[in-house]
Design a binder for this molecule. Structure first.
Ligand SMILES: [Zn+2]
Ligand SMILES: [Zn+2]
Length: 194
């Protein structure tokens, strides 16, 4: 027997086309809602809006849910924590198709008039979440040489390849520095006499 916060009893809808029920529920997220790198954490809060509507061959489940998706940027490993709203619509057949050849693994069928929404939410969240989440659309990733996060330090280099935007500055720096007042003082000398 199905049970749990995502199981809805459709008995009282009596398989009467047009019968309708709506639900607003706050539930805890089941496991495996998303990808390894980006998912709705198990046990986190999901706000669910659901409408069940009886049609000839079954119950049409339509709704949205809001949740938090947590993961890390696949380019720079920065944590990502975002609010997501996911829509879904799925038909639950009253009875499994009698013709075995027509049975599809994707078909959802009521069990004792009970509707298990969990697999539908799981499919919907997998479709909605990016498989390769990014902290931002233009994340430059990590420096291939030192692993620094380039979004934090976009101009850093390792000596060899100098960014053309900076080469003009570095030429300036190579020019002789005009003598300053204390130009004759030794840089390494102790500066205690002030
Ligand atoms: Zn990133
Ligand atoms: Zn680097």
């Amino acid at each position: 027997m199905l049970s749990g916060p995502l199981v809805f009893d459709t008995h009282e809808m009596g398989r009467k086309p047009g019968a309708e029920r709506t639900f607003t529920k706050t539930i805890k997220a089941p496991a495996e809602m998303g990808y390894d790198v980006y998912a709705v954490p198990e046990g986190s809060t999901i706000e669910l809006e659901l409408r069940l509507e009886a049609i000839m061959e079954g119950i049409l489940a339509t709704g949205t849910f809001s949740a938090r998706a947590v993961g890390e940027c696949v380019r720079c490993l920065e944590p990502i924590d975002e609010a997501v709203t996911v829509g879904f619509q799925e038909l639950y057949l009253y009875d499994a198709p009698s013709n075995q050849e027509e049975t599809d693994e994707e078909d959802h069928v009521l069990e004792d008039e009970l509707l298990d929404l969990e697999p539908v939410l799981r499919d919907a969240v997998v479709l909605a979440l990016p498989q390769n989440p990014l902290c931002g659309p233009d994340c430059p990733g990590l420096c291939p040489e030192c692993g620094a996060r380039l979004a934090d330090d976009p101009e850093h280099t390792h000596g060899e390849a100098i960014d053309p935007r900076w080469s003009a500055l570095s030429q300036l720096a190579e020019q002789p520095v005009p003598p300053a007042d204390q130009s004759e003082s030794d840089i390494s000398s102790d500066d205690s006499k002030e």
